[in-house]
Design a protein around this ligand. Structure first.
Ligand SMILES: [Zn+2]
Length: 436
């Protein structure tokens, strides 16, 4: 019998489908065929083997790949470069001057470094906002990860109009190519860096191109205060008054929100990327995650870029989100483990407009799957796998990562790219950028 490598059968594992109200399946099987999931459920109801590649997941948990709802991937090159300072100082005095020296090679190698880091951490999809996004796409395709790329639009730059036109062309080209693992967006940086005229034009273009908008929103208290001072509206109210929240939007941070803001975001089903590490590192504040979820808002999880985190470890964000919510609310029942894990899978996928594509293990969805080894001493004794994943596991426990049915990390080895070369090249890029 010949083995069909485009088909997979993952056996003997505990399966978490992450569908609504699902329970762990003790002896589960996940099958994939032609890049799509064909079965996820108990072994005794699974279809008969038909010569596909079999992966033994004994003592492992099998779940959907984690979805990083917000990052700036090539900022891996700035990891550890400018820590412990205020957001505006950090951006204006350190990051933006260094970014003036960025070359396409820098973005490519920085993005590949981040791709390897995410595949190792069980992240199978990321939502990106960065310069030269065509290089990020190249890196994502070479590394075998799913990407939602967008170029960042900054209205104050002298070439803002040119960047806008490039972004439209970039999205149009990707829409025509229809790569199954690339889902482009348009990304105005924030309301305080993009004038209303540009935001409205982005809204029109996003509607025409049928892509979501990716924007930072209500990150800091000063951003919100400035918005009230300038226009008597919160940033959320302002974006809504421009009509943008009638479109699919992924709003990043949403830390400082009024009751009315929360009601608007829930009613419009705006996707939200909660980034707990970044919010803590930059002392931005605490996002009202429990209130948002209670109102019915769609809240996923993101790492943000490596300069404000300083890693791309989404499992760490799951852990932090669950703890942070309890710590600042004074309520130990806030954001329980199953909900925290749901944010990094099903809810992040929905926030990105990809709920039909990824986020759960269900027949017909793309086969983005991770296998987590539960034999580590820090995971003993075996108990509820969701509790262990949220409160005790480490991303290094992820041993196998599958994207669109392709095994991209197999038993701890990245198969798609040469990690040693990437580390060398990315280090050279960082040196030239930072020593400039
Ligand atoms: Zn960001």
């Amino acid at each position: 019998m010949t083995v069909d490598l485009s088909s997979l059968r993952i056996v003997n594992g505990t399966v978490l489908t992450m569908t609504a109200d699902s329970q762990p399946i003790g002896d589960g099987i996940v099958c994939a065929d032609g890049g799509l999931i064909s079965y996820a459920g108990p072994a005794d109801a699974a279809p008969e083997p038909s010569g596909e590649r079999t992966i033994d997941a004994s003592d492992c948990v099998v779940l959907p790949g984690l979805v990083n709802a917000h990052t700036h991937l090539a900022m891996t090159l700035f990891r550890g470069y400018a820590d412990d300072m205020a957001l505006q100082t950090w951006l204006e005095d350190w990051i933006w001057p260094a970014e003036m020296r960025l070359t396409p090679d820098d973005v490519y190698w920085g993005s590949l470094l981040g791709t390897c880091e995410m595949l190792r951490a069980g992240v199978t999809c990321f939502n990106d906002m960065y310069h030269m996004p065509e290089q990020t796409v190249r890196a994502a395709i070479d590394g075998g990860i799913r990407a939602c790329p967008s170029g960042v639009l900054l209205g104050f730059l002298p070439n803002a109009q040119e960047l806008f036109e490039e972004a439209i062309a970039f999205v149009g080209e990707l829409r025509r190519e229809a790569h199954p693992r690339v889902h482009p967006m348009l990304a105005p940086h924030a309301i305080y860096t993009c004038p209303d005229e540009l935001l409205v034009k982005v809204g029109e273009a996003a509607a025409n191109l049928e892509v979501p908008i990716h924007i930072h929103l209500s990150e800091t208290a000063s951003e919100v205060q400035d918005s009230y001072d300038d226009r008597g509206q919160s940033p959320v109210e302002h974006l809504n008054s421009l009509g943008l929240l009638d479109l699919p939007v992924l709003a990043v941070h949403c830390v400082h929100l009024s009751k009315n803001d929360i009601a608007i975001l829930a009613e419009k089903q705006t996707g939200i990327a909660h980034c707990p590490s970044s919010n803590m590192k930059l002392a931005s504040g605490f996002a009202p995650v429990t209130a948002l979820l209670a109102a019915g808002a769609v809240v996923g999880l993101g790492t943000d870029g490596c300069a404000s985190n300083n890693n791309l470890d989404l499992l760490e964000e799951v852990h932090l989100a669950a703890l942070l919510e309890k710590g600042y609310s004074g309520n130990p029942t806030a954001l329980p483990a199953p909900l925290a894990l749901t944010m990094a899978t099903r809810l992040s996928a929905r926030a990105l407009g990809l709920s039909d594509v990824i986020g759960t293990l269900e027949p017909g969805k793309h086969a983005d799957i991770i296998i987590v080894d539960m034999t580590g001493v820090h995971l003993q004794p075996p108990r509820d796998p969701v509790s262990h994943l949220v409160y005790a596991a480490r991303s290094a426990d992820v041993i196998t990562t599958i994207v669109g049915g392709e095994v991209v990390m197999d038993d701890g080895e990245i198969l798609t790219v040469d990690e040693a070369e990437i580390i060398t090249r990315a280090t050279e890029c960082a040196d030239h950028l930072l020593l400039g």
